[in-house]
Structures are given as structure tokens and as C-alpha cells.
Design a protein around this ligand. Structure first.
Ligand code: ADP
Length: 286
């Protein structure tokens, strides 16, 4: 199964004074078992792009195929696309509305026509995947829990649809560091243990560098770069030109290199940086 975008453009308010070209001629294939990070300046088209992946938004021109089905199709085909591609919006907790967390998570599978038994099984699984207490979820209102738990309940609601592709638009925005780390760990487990394909929009280069295996950089609605994290972050000058940074540890290594130290600059995590610097010190002593 794959998602294929062919020459996709999207124009908001076409033909009137508020016309805005948000996506321009995007060609992209997303395969199974990928973990993709989407980065770009505010307004570069990230949200518009991901909202196209489950047919929430449709191309003004071009086509998108999910498992061979054009997102412009209606009826059962559209329902199948929504089932296969789960989209977690920015601040998804604003869409919680049921009396209990259980009922909120159960809403999607209920709509899919699952039996009560199947619904309960899915809610249990989704709670487990985001570290929510299943028994408590039956009792407690989504409005009476912490911000991090609200966010996880909302993500569980999408997971309960058992999508093959999980798209998350800034899932850690506005959370404290602990809430952020918990959700990132949950997402990483969905990729590693449940073999879900993950598409993550994020402003944090640290998050992206630590998790994903492919990065897509958007700029003015176009794909500026598409490659492995090391390839993309190696183009740090171009990234800076469009207002994007590289991870802090990469910045440090680039700075050391510029000052004449013989260190690699394709270091993306603090652990890797520590190893590289120890090796550098060991060599310097010899
Ligand atoms: P990003 O997620 O990278 O911040 P968006 O996809 O939200 O970018 O926006 C891309 C462009 O489209 C921006 O110029 C934004 O102002 C515009 N835009 C986004 N949503 C709408 C909308 N509903 N109506 C009109 N313009 C929009």
C-alpha cells in the first residue's frame, strides 16, 4: 500500500481577492514502514499537504492515490481512504466531546460499524498504545484530565480506527517537556512495534532528527528537499536561507569544524555527538 501524489497543487479561494497557492506541483510517493518528518517555515504548506493525505482537502489540480484509490472518489472509497489514513490535527483535544474518554475513543470504530466487542478491544489497544488507563478511561471525562492526557486521548481516537498510515500535525505543540517526550515515545512505538507508517509534521529539528528516516522540506508550497536526515541536514546553508535550523548538536559540530577541528558534521543526536567528541579527544591525545 502506498500514497502517491501526482502533480498536486492546491489553491485556497481560487479566483477571488484572497486567492492563495498553498501547494505547487507536488510529486511524492509514501510507502509502507516509512517514518517521514515534514518540516518547513510557517505557511510553507505543511498542514495543507497532510490534510490532502486522507482526502480532507482535495487537490485543485493533480491527483492523489491511496492504495490505488483516487482521493476525489466518494462513498465507500472515501471511507476506505479515511480508514487507512488516520489524521491527527493540530490541538486535536479541541475535538473531544463525549462524556468519557472511552466513548470518545470508541466514536470512530462505532462509525465504522464495529461490534461492541470489537470496539472495546480497539479502545483497550488504543489506550495501551498511548499509555492511558483503560479502566479509568471508562469513568473519567476528557475535560477532567491533564493537557498531555487529553492530547493522548485524542490520538487514541484516531488509532482506534486502526489506520495503516498515521499522520500527525505538530502532535507535541504546546505540551510541557514530559508530555512531549511521552507522546514521541508512543509514536515511536507505533512505528517500531505496530509497523505503522508515520508522517510527522514538526517544528522541532531535535524531534525530527531523533525519530524519522526521511525528511521532506517544504518551502512556498513546493518540495525543496526530500531525503534521509543526514542528507537533508548536510544542506544546512540552504536550510538556513529558508529560515530553518539543523539540530543543535549538528550546529555545534559545524561550528567546531569551521574552527578547524577535524570532526564530522553529520551528527544528529546528542549520544552520537558525545561518542564523536570522545573519539576526537582520544585521537588528539595520541
Ligand atoms: P503550514 O502548515 O506550513 O504553516 P499551511 O498549509 O497552514 O502552512 O498554509 C499554507 C498557506 O495557505 C499559507 O499562506 C496559509 O495562510 C494559507 N492557508 C492555509 N489554510 C487556509 C485557508 N483555510 N484559507 C485560505 N488560506 C489558507
Amino acid at each position: 500500500m502506498e500514497i502517491e501524489l501526482q502533480d498536486v497543487s492546491h489553491i485556497y479561494n481560487e479566483g477571488n481577492a484572497f486567492e492563495k497557492v498553498a501547494l505547487k506541483n507536488i510529486n511524492l510517493t509514501i510507502g509502507e514502514n516509512e517514518f517521514i518528518g515534514i518540516i518547513g517555515h510557517t505557511g510553507s504548506g505543511k498542514s495543507t499537504l497532510v490534510q490532502h493525505l486522507n482526502a480532507l482537502n482535495l487537490p485543485t489540480s493533480g491527483d492523489i492515490f491511496v492504495d490505488g484509490i483516487n482521493t476525489k472518489e466518494d462513498g465507500q472509497n472515501k471511507r476506505n481512504i479515511r480508514k487507512n489514513v488516520g489524521l491527527v490535527f493540530q490541538y486535536p483535544e479541541y475535538q473531544l466531546f463525549e462524556e468519557t474518554i472511552y466513548k470518545d475513543i470508541a466514536f470512530g470504530p462505532g462509525n465504522l460499524g464495529c461490534s461492541e466487542e470489537e470496539i472495546e478491544e480497539r479502545v483497550k489497544w488504543a489506550c495501551k498504545m498511548v499509555d492511558l488507563d483503560f479502566e479509568r478511561a471508562k469513568e473519567v471525562s476528557p475535560f477532567d484530565v491533564s493537557g498531555g492526557q487529553k492530547r493522548r486521548a485524542a490520538i487514541a481516537g484516531v488509532l482506534a480506527m486502526k489506520p495503516k498510515f498515521l499522520v500527525l500535525d505538530e502532535p507535541t505543540a504546546g505540551l510541557d517537556p514530559k508530555g512531549r517526550d511521552d507522546i514521541l515515545e508512543n509514536i515511536n512505538n507505533l512505528y517500531k512495534e505496530e509497523n505503522m507508517t508515520i508522517i510527522l509534521v514538526s517544528h522541532s529539528m531535535e524531534e525530527i532528527a531523533r525519530l524519522v528516516n526521511r525528511i521532506i522540506v517544504l518551502e512556498h508550497g513546493e518540495i525543496l528537499m526530500d531525503g534521509k536526515p543526514k542528507e537533508v541536514f548536510a544542506r544546512h546553508r540552504e536550510l538556513r536561507e529558508v529560515g530553518l535550523n539543523v539540530p543543535q548538536i549538528t550546529q555545534l559540530m559545524i561550528m567546531l569544524k569551521e574552527r578547524g577541528m577535524d570532526v564530522p558534521t553529520d551528527v544528529l543526536t546528542v549520544d552520537e555527538g558525545e561518542r564523536v567528541l570522545k573519539e576526537f579527544l582520544r585521537r588528539s591525545k595520541c
